[in-house]
Design a protein around this ligand. Structure first.
Ligand SMILES: [Zn+2]
Length: 291
């Protein structure tokens, strides 16, 4: 529910009308339009300034702020009111998405999240997971990266190269997988079926899981959050679901070490990182058990 609410937050407030007192209390950084093409950086100190402080004309201004520069513009009641109010911004949060929030006096984050959850149909790939499996997933002790990768897989939010090329063709010039450069990238290819990632998964299966299990079995378990089919673990004190989640998070990290640090994706090194993470988890569990 929280992720969905965040996704539904408006990306712009161009149509919001505010009055002068409200404008003067806003932090200066919020009224400066951040142009993705611009190389001008805001000085750190600016974030603690307000519009009542000095304002230099180096930056573009947000559209909702521009009418206040015109002396004759504040003719409507909302603009000419003498008291400051952030209500126009709050109202915009609900009107943008046509959310059914009836209260006109107070908005709470919980009611906003609930309104977002009922505003559109839940995708089938999310409803296919039964609530008991969701509860199981949230109850697991995972690092932020481990939980993030699983959730991204389930929500189909993996930023694979084909998607990046589609969205930003001038930055990502090719849809080809950056690891093997042989085929167009996809969610499955990114996490499971690229040849070097297959090598990692096969290593995981032979060393930690039941040898007849397949990468497809692992993928299905992660997408359903039901790990019964791959429940056997060769490693004492390490459950199969923790093993595959740790493996996938290490594949994710190794992928981005290639992107950002130009560190080659080496299956042997990734497998070693997975072994270390599994041992670390076992050691931490033993410490907790002994307390
Ligand atoms: Zn590949």
């Amino acid at each position: 529910m929280m992720y969905k609410s965040i996704n539904m937050l408006p990306r712009d407030f161009d149509e919001v009308a505010i009055n002068l007192p409200t404008a003067l209390m806003l932090p200066l950084s919020t009224v400066i339009y951040s142009d993705p093409q611009s190389t001008v950086k805001l000085p750190r100190k600016v974030h603690s300034m307000t519009d009542a402080d000095v304002f230099a004309g180096t930056f573009k201004i947000q559209p909702f702020f521009l009418p206040l520069f015109v002396p004759s513009a504040p003719s409507s009641l909302s603009l000419s009111s003498s008291s400051s109010s952030l209500r126009p911004f709050v109202t915009h949060l609900t009107t943008t998405n046509n959310l059914a929030i009836t209260s006109s006096t107070s908005y709470k984050s919980k009611s906003y999240r609930q309104a977002c959850s009922s505003a559109s149909a839940v995708p089938q790939h999310l409803t296919a997971i039964v609530s008991a499996q969701w509860s199981f997933f949230w109850s697991l002790s995972l690092t932020m990266i481990q939980r993030n990768v699983v959730y991204r897989l389930i929500s189909k939010c993996i930023p694979h190269q084909s998607l990046l090329h589609l969205r930003f063709p001038t930055v990502h010039l090719s849809p080809l997988c950056v690891v093997c450069s042989l085929v167009d990238d996809s969610i499955d290819h990114f996490l499971f079926v690229c040849s070097l990632k297959v090598a990692v998964w096969q290593g995981i299966i032979s060393e930690f899981l039941w040898p007849t299990k397949t990468i497809a079995d692992i993928c299905h378990s992660l997408l359903s959050l039901d790990f019964h089919n791959i429940r056997y673990s060769q490693r004492p004190h390490a459950s199969s679901h923790h093993i595959v989640i740790i493996a996938m998070s290490n594949i994710w990290k190794a992928h981005y070490r290639l992107i950002f640090d130009q560190t080659p994706f080496a299956p042997a090194a990734v497998l070693n990182s997975i072994r270390l993470d599994i041992q670390k988890m076992i050691d931490e569990d033993l410490i907790h058990a002994s307390l």
